[in-house]
Ligand binder design. Structure first.
Ligand SMILES: [Fe+2]
Length: 452
């Protein structure tokens, strides 16, 4: 066990994936440019940041303790930056302090709630997949409780709920190894309570990182990275493996239907963590996602077995057949869209270019209608994380708004929150909030306006 250094032999602990060791609070941050005054709220982002010491040989990127970073923006001012560990019991065991109270009568805990952070029904939650409960945070990112959504969450949640832009409800696919061969579809109402759940039987236990919705369907990504009980019993901490014999297919669950109403569409073997978006088109569902050729086959530490590229599938619900083609062959991840178009026909996506060692290097905007791509590259100085699109009030077009993203400044070893005009991402940012500390590359974040 060693204190982690920037030159760790584990690539998921090295360079800007190395964790930071302190929680800080900084107020009245320096800003270059002009923050749009209509932005009032918080940009929050979660990611693994192991506390204390770690075994570099066995450390798995997906299992590091969660740390949430946040920037509060108000009336053109960057009021504060905070970073806080999500103080689950594991983190309290390392750092001290009292573990948060749990709303679960059976003591169901949360392990590393390290993957995303959302605002819903006036509360803030750090969230992760795989059976762990959501962890509620305060506005200032202190840990409040392990939540069960007022007693309505059956067990597991996910890091990738999809908010229906028409209803404001969250649609979720959850999984948990102890359920055996099934996953669970959840709908969380605007009151923050689960109003529906559907158990969906599957041939195996896939790692179900994300989901998509259309106006008709909730999509199940039943892909060949599956749970292996023997490995789990032997103590393998991340017992999900590529299975060459497992059929890759997408399930189309009618949003008001039962598991018996599922339609299945086969696709060629691959894995995707993240869809960019999906929508209905007659008998077909169009699904755009970042396709990995395979994951967790020979490389156990991270997705590193072929370029992740933006791909479109057309899934025919009537015939069960599919076609696929590459929209953009540049390696990328963390795709986002204007979220008022989740589940609907759309044109623009935003993503982070992926370099060696899963470095997040480039800011990408893709026109999925014609395949044209804009790339912003500021290498070697800046690397760009997940881009979050925020629409302008009264937006006149799909890309009328801003792209917010954290970027690591390798020259100063600090980080910035950069805000770009989404219609001109290759121009200088409209505003840069300068953070006096480094923010490690992480997973997912969101702009959470104060009225959410
Ligand atoms: Fe994710």
């Amino acid at each position: 066990m060693t204190t982690i250094e920037r030159n760790s032999s584990n690539p998921y602990l090295a360079n800007n994936l190395a964790p930071v060791h302190e929680e800080v609070t900084v107020t009245d941050l320096r800003v270059t440019g002009t923050i749009p005054t209509e932005l009032t709220g918080r940009y929050l982002r979660n990611g693994p940041n192991p506390a204390g010491t770690v075994d570099e040989k066995s450390y798995h990127w997906f299992l590091g303790h969660g740390m949430v970073h946040g920037v509060r923006v108000d009336d053109g001012r960057a009021a504060w930056y905070r970073n806080r560990w999500v103080r689950t019991k594991d983190v309290c065991d390392v750092l001290g302090g009292t573990p948060p109270p749990s709303d679960w009568p059976d003591g169901h805990a949360s392990f590393s709630a390290n993957t995303s952070v959302i605002g819903h029904a006036g509360r803030t939650y750090a969230i992760v997949e795989g059976g762990s409960a959501p962890v509620e945070l305060s506005y200032e990112l202190d840990t409040v409780r392990v939540s069960n959504f007022g007693g309505t969450l059956p067990h597991a949640f996910s890091a990738h709920p999809k908010r229906d832009p028409k209803t404001g409800e969250l649609h979720v696919m959850a999984y948990y190894w102890a359920w055996g061969n099934q996953v669970q579809y959840l709908v969380v109402g605007t009151d923050g309570r689960v109003r529906k759940h559907v158990d969906i039987p599957l041939p195996g236990g896939p790692m179900l990182h994300d989901m998509a919705i259309t106006e008709k369907y909730a999509l199940v990504f039943d892909l060949p990275c599956v749970f292996n009980l023997d490995s789990a019993m032997k103590g393998v901490r991340f017992p999900y493996f590529w299975d060459h014999n497992y059929e890759a297919r997408i399930g189309l669950l009618p949003r008001d239907g039962a598991a018996s109403d599922m339609k299945w569409v086969s696709i060629d073997p691959c894995y995707f963590f993240h869809p960019m978006n999906a929508y209905d088109d007659g008998d077909e569902v169009v699904l755009d996602a970042v396709r990995h050729p395979r994951v967790f086959d020979r490389d156990r530490r991270g997705p590193n077995e072929g370029d992740p590229v933006l791909t479109r599938w057309r899934l025919n619900a009537r015939t069960g057949r599919s076609t696929e083609h590459v929209i953009d062959g540049h390696p990328q991840e963390f795709p986002r869209v204007n979220e008022s178009l989740i589940g609907h026909r759309y044109r623009f996506g935003y993503s982070s270019g992926i370099g060696t060692g899963f470095a997040q290097d480039t800011l990408i905007k893709t026109d999925v209608d014609n395949g044209s791509v804009q790339r912003r590259t500021d290498q070697p100085r800046y690397g760009y994380g997940e881009p979050v699109f925020v629409a302008r009030d009264g937006a006149k077009s799909e890309d009328d708004g801003w792209v917010m993203t954290l970027r690591h400044d390798t020259q100063n070893d600090t980080s910035d929150l950069a805000i770009f005009d989404a219609q001109a991402i290759t121009d200088d940012p409209v505003a840069v909030v300068h953070l006096p500390v480094r923010v490690p590359n992480g997973f997912h974040g969101n702009w959470i306006p104060d009225n959410r």
